[in-house]
Design a binder for this molecule. Structure first.
Ligand code: UD1
Ligand code: CA
Length: 503
């Protein structure tokens, strides 16, 4: 057995967390995109302990379900009606092998900034000092509410006294118990049997194990941490926000040290599972959420949200909302673009201003530059989708697919009524409402012919400023004022193109 590896970690997560005033159990509230208990599980896993047990009671099924999504190898221990952290650990031990030997770590499901590294240091110190118990403590400016670490004259830890049970003199002590411990398994088991609920809260306190061990002549040590945030627990939503901000600051600093420029860390929010390549620049107001991957040399922001997405090298995204999407190398997105799930933008492709995409595979170098809805579509490389094009993918009952071939050109303000296929190198005239396929190399024009009716304004809008303006323009050109000719003009100047259109 490795002395610096604990035999088990027990995470206490049975409490209700009433001060959160929430239907969601406290330990499932997230910071940095991960539930509080998820942070505790990751720190525990960092120790490489064989067993990690989570003690549950309040909304048990919900907590277990979420923990299992994060980590399939956990043990779960149900705490019974007997209250207190001591009882919680007793129940946790019951889920572990009865003959377990070595070090058992106990941590809290609501102390999210505690690092795995601190747990490794705690375990190492515990093993090297030969103590029966080593607890994490900290000297804090305001110890109110915490258990105090009482030391005897030679400085060794004598007891932990809960705030509610402490004398005025003990309340002056500024060294607090962080609620994180390393125990010798056998000592913990036997001492817990002696713990009673004779205290101000009528609970079985885990902290009583300290004085019990001392009375048996065993050594108790404290591992004092300087980084107070690591010992801070979440009890209400004010603390949730402040710990969330500190975590975010730490995440941003890690990325900056690794070569990412973050112009304003205070307005940049990066979840713990995001990875970012070197020389990417992040402008203010940007959120990178979930398991998002960003390449190197990208520019993101200002005002960009990217969730659960992949962005390749040298892409540029400005003022956009991006969810479950993939963006290729050197592609550009924004401003004011909404990329919904299933959007795949090829290398050097473009999704421009006021464009919404969903389930859309946009090929390499293809462009959807302005004011478009593009849903359920495959767009070939180098194609250009004109301003205001709508991919009409929904017929009121089902969704249908549209394909636009390579290097094709869709004129502005077209409606592509799915299902419809446009071949490679084909054109669609502006303003078309396309309902039939277009073969490679064809142009499709699907709109009414233009009719110009001479003299209409003079007849039907006589006496208006429009009529006067027309009169003046005609006079200046030497035209006779009221000829009665009408003509029909084909937009492309070639009526045969429309003759190809089946109807
Ligand atoms: C505990 C410590 C206190 C320490 C503080 C650090 C005890 C008696 N006191 O106090 O010395 O300064 O943590 O934050 O241990 N839990 C259960 N089952 C229970 C009760 C609690 O699983 O029956 C869990 C909670 O969900 C929580 C953790 O144990 O994750 C701590 O419980 P909490 O009630 O917050 O303990 P404190 O009163 O803060
Ligand atoms: Ca607490």
């Amino acid at each position: 057995m490795n002395a610096t590896r604990p035999a088990a970690v027990v995470i206490l997560a049975a409490g209700e967390g009433t001060r959160m005033k929430s239907d969601l159990p406290k330990v499932l509230h997230p910071i940095g995109g991960l539930a509080l208990v998820g942070h505790a599980i990751r720190a525990a896993r960092h120790t490489e302990s064989e067993f990690v047990a989570v003690v549950v009671r309040h909304q048990r099924d919900r907590v277990v379900e979420q923990c299992q999504i994060l980590d399939t190898g956990l043990l779960f221990a149900d705490q019974d009606e007997i209250k207190g952290t001591g009882r919680a650990v007793e129940c946790g031990l019951a889920s572990l092998p009865a003959d377990l030997e070595g070090t058992v770590l106990v941590t809290s499901g609501d102390v999210p900034l505690l690092t795995g590294q601190t747990l490794v240091e705690l375990t190492t110190k515990h093993a090297e000092s030969g103590s029966a118990i080593t607890l994490v403590s900290a000297r804090v400016p305001n110890p109110f509410g915490y258990g105090r670490v009482v030391r005897d004259r030679d400085g060794s830890v004598e007891a932990i006294v809960e705030h509610k049970d402490a004398t005025d003199e003990q309340r002056e002590i500024d060294e607090i118990n962080a609620g994180i411990y390393a125990f010798d398994a056998a000592v913990l088991r036997s001492a817990l049997e002696q713990v009673t609920d004779q205290n101000a809260q009528g609970e079985k306190y885990l902290t009583d194990v300290v004085s019990i061990a001392r009375s048996e002549g065993l050594k108790v040590d404290a591992h004092v941490v300087e980084d107070l945030w690591q010992t801070e627990g979440v009890n209400d939503r004010v603390q949730l926000a402040s710990l969330g901000r500190v975590l975010n600051q730490r995440v941003c600093e890690t990325h900056m040290r690794a070569g990412v420029t973050i112009v304003d860390p205070a307005s940049t929010w990066i979840d713990v599972d995001v990875s970012i390549g070197q020389d990417t620049t992040i402008l203010p107001g940007t959120q990178l959420l979930g398991a998002t991957t960003i390449g190197s040399g990208c520019t993101l922001g200002p005002e960009v949200t990217i969730a659960h997405s992949e962005v390749a090298d040298a892409a540029s995204i400005v003022r956009a909302e991006v969810h479950h999407a993939k963006i290729g190398a050197e592609a550009t997105v924004g401003p004011y673009s909404y990329l919904r799930p299933g959007t795949v933008l090829g290398a050097k492709g473009k999704i421009g201003g006021f464009v919404e995409t969903k389930n859309a595979n946009i090929g390499e170098g293809a462009k959807v530059p302005h004011l478009t809805y593009c849903g359920d579509a495959t767009i070939g490389e180098g194609a250009n989708i004109g301003a205001g094009t709508i991919f009409a993918n929904y017929d009121g009952v089902a969704k249908h697919h549209t394909t636009v071939g390579k290097h094709s050109f869709v004129g502005s303000d077209s409606v592509l009524v799915a299902p419809v296929n446009i071949g490679d190198g084909a054109y669609v005239g502006a303003g078309s409402a396309l309902t039939h396929d277009v073969e490679p190399g064809q142009i499709a024009v699907a709109r009414g012919h233009q009719r110009n009716i001479d003299g209409w304004v003079a007849r039907s809008r006589a006496g208006t400023k429009s009529a006067a303006a027309a009169e003046a323009a005609r006079a200046a050109r030497g035209d006779s004022a009221h000829t009665d000719q009408s003509n029909s003009v084909d937009a492309e100047g070639d009526s045969t193109t429309e003759g190809n259109q089946s109807s």
